[in-house]
Design a protein. Structure first.
Length: 157
């Protein structure tokens, strides 16, 4: 599927990756799907931490990678369901952890390692790709697959 809109940003520190996540998170609405992809250490969890700030997830609710738990739920102005597909080996395992139910739960669903199982991703989504440039710098690119996600582009600094 071809994206409708694409935007890129170079961040030069972890704090900037988190801040970009917060900026985009402020635009999030219940029902949004955000698929994150990138190599190990690219900053996916850092980006999700910022996105959670933008969703007003409480500071006492530390956002961490759900690598072993597979999914974490956080409460902000809308619920955030944070998945990590890294340890999963099949679409059946994704279904076994209740992925479909979370898609219908009325929150924002964010998926780290979403590129492992592209066939189960809803076609209407925001996709965020993180690429390591060097120790500190990251290229982030976000793509919308539906016009309803256009708000993520109007407010990105």
């Amino acid at each position: 599927m071809q994206s409708l809109v694409t935007q890129r940003c170079l961040t030069v520190r972890t704090e900037e990756t988190r801040a970009l996540g917060a900026c985009l998170g402020r635009q999030a609405r219940a029902g949004d799907i955000v698929a994150c992809r990138g190599a190990l250490g690219a900053g996916k969890t850092t980006f999700v931490q910022g996105f959670a700030q933008g969703l007003e997830v409480g500071e006492d609710d530390y956002v961490r990678s759900p690598t072993f738990a597979l999914v974490h739920a956080y409460h902000g102005r809308t619920p955030l369901y944070h998945f990590d597909f890294y340890r999963l080996s099949s679409c059946a395992e994704v279904q076994d952890i209740g992925f479909e139910e979370y898609l219908e739960a009325g929150g924002v669903v964010m998926i780290e390692w979403a590129d492992k199982f592209p066939e189960i991703l809803p076609p209407i989504r925001l996709e965020v790709s993180l690429r390591i440039v060097d120790t500190d710098r990251r290229w982030l690119q976000w793509m919308a697959y539906d016009a309803s996600y256009g708000r993520y582009f109007l407010h990105a600094d």
